[in-house]
Design a protein around this ligand. Sequence first.
Ligand SMILES: [Zn+2]
Ligand SMILES: [Zn+2]
Length: 80
Amino acid sequence: MSDSFVIVCRRKSVKRCLICGYLGSYLCDYPVKKNKTGTCGRPLCARCRVAIRDGVDLCPPHARMSASIKKTTVTERRIR
Ligand SMILES: [Zn+2]
Ligand SMILES: [Zn+2]
């Protein structure tokens, strides 16, 4: 069974989580115009990813950004 482990390690699609270094199979879906893919694309593991919707995962920094944007929008509406 050791052969299968070698194959997993060589997979290019599996990157190490940016936060904890554990193997991550999730990618941040936060929209980033600078990137060719159009998304942040940071590798994340199941523990460090932040699922804001079904099928949409964000890295912790971008999850905070999206949360702060929502809060400011709500505050502006209350003032008006
Ligand atoms: Zn992680
Ligand atoms: Zn991100």
